[in-house]
Design a protein around this ligand. Sequence first.
Ligand SMILES: N#Cc1ccccc1Cn1ccc2ccc(-c3cc(N)[nH]n3)cc21
Length: 238
Amino acid sequence: MRFDIVTIFPEFFGALDVSLLGKARQAGVIEVGLHDLRDFTHDRHRTVDDTPYGGGAGMVMKPEPWGEALDSVVREDSVIVVPSPAGHPFTQREARELSTREHLVFACGRYEGIDQRVIDHYADRNEVREISLGDYVLNGGEVAAMAIIEAVGRLVPGVVGNPASLTEESHEDGLLEYPSYTKPALWRERAVPAVLLSGHHGAVAQWRHEQQLERTRRVRPDLLSPDLLSTDGSGEST
Ligand SMILES: N#Cc1ccccc1Cn1ccc2ccc(-c3cc(N)[nH]n3)cc21
């Protein structure tokens, strides 16, 4: 998989040189291209923004640099991801979907966003996804793009050493993950749940599922369908 990122702050993505994604890049499992939007301007001040038609506070990103920048990286099979507070909420399901695609292009806006005609132009040619991280406003698309790239990149085969670890995470099965413990067995007079020390794998699995249900009911009841809300984890209705 290849990620291309267009931004006025390419240095923001230095984090993609380290950790899991950095290793995956070195191994050639994923590729990342960084593109400075200002390299696609032609004036002395490398201008990327201007005042909004119709008035209003703030500035809007000009379409011309975006058109030249995206034309330089977009392919026929590219999915163009535009982080936006007006986008649809990003989920683990969408991360899984995007991890199966060959080429993701991230258009990271700043100011009050990108001239709408840019999104409309590329939506005529490519799949364009305007994605929100949540109902709060960031200063630009870079933080959202980094989060999406990490959520998607870690699902690409070969990036995570033990793929089995991906299946027991929050949201993978529609539930929040169970609590985890490691040595020592007693810490500040707090013991690890005895079932986890029992060696009884069936009991451990049952306990973990019950913990997932309890935690999801308590923290994220919105994730639970009515039938799941009514079970106690043993599969029996309550
Ligand atoms: N657009 C816009 C905008 C509109 C009003 C005020 C500030 C901004 C800043 N901004 C510019 C680009 C951009 C990209 C993504 C987000 C974003 C995503 C989530 N989930 N929150 N914020 C914000 C972004």
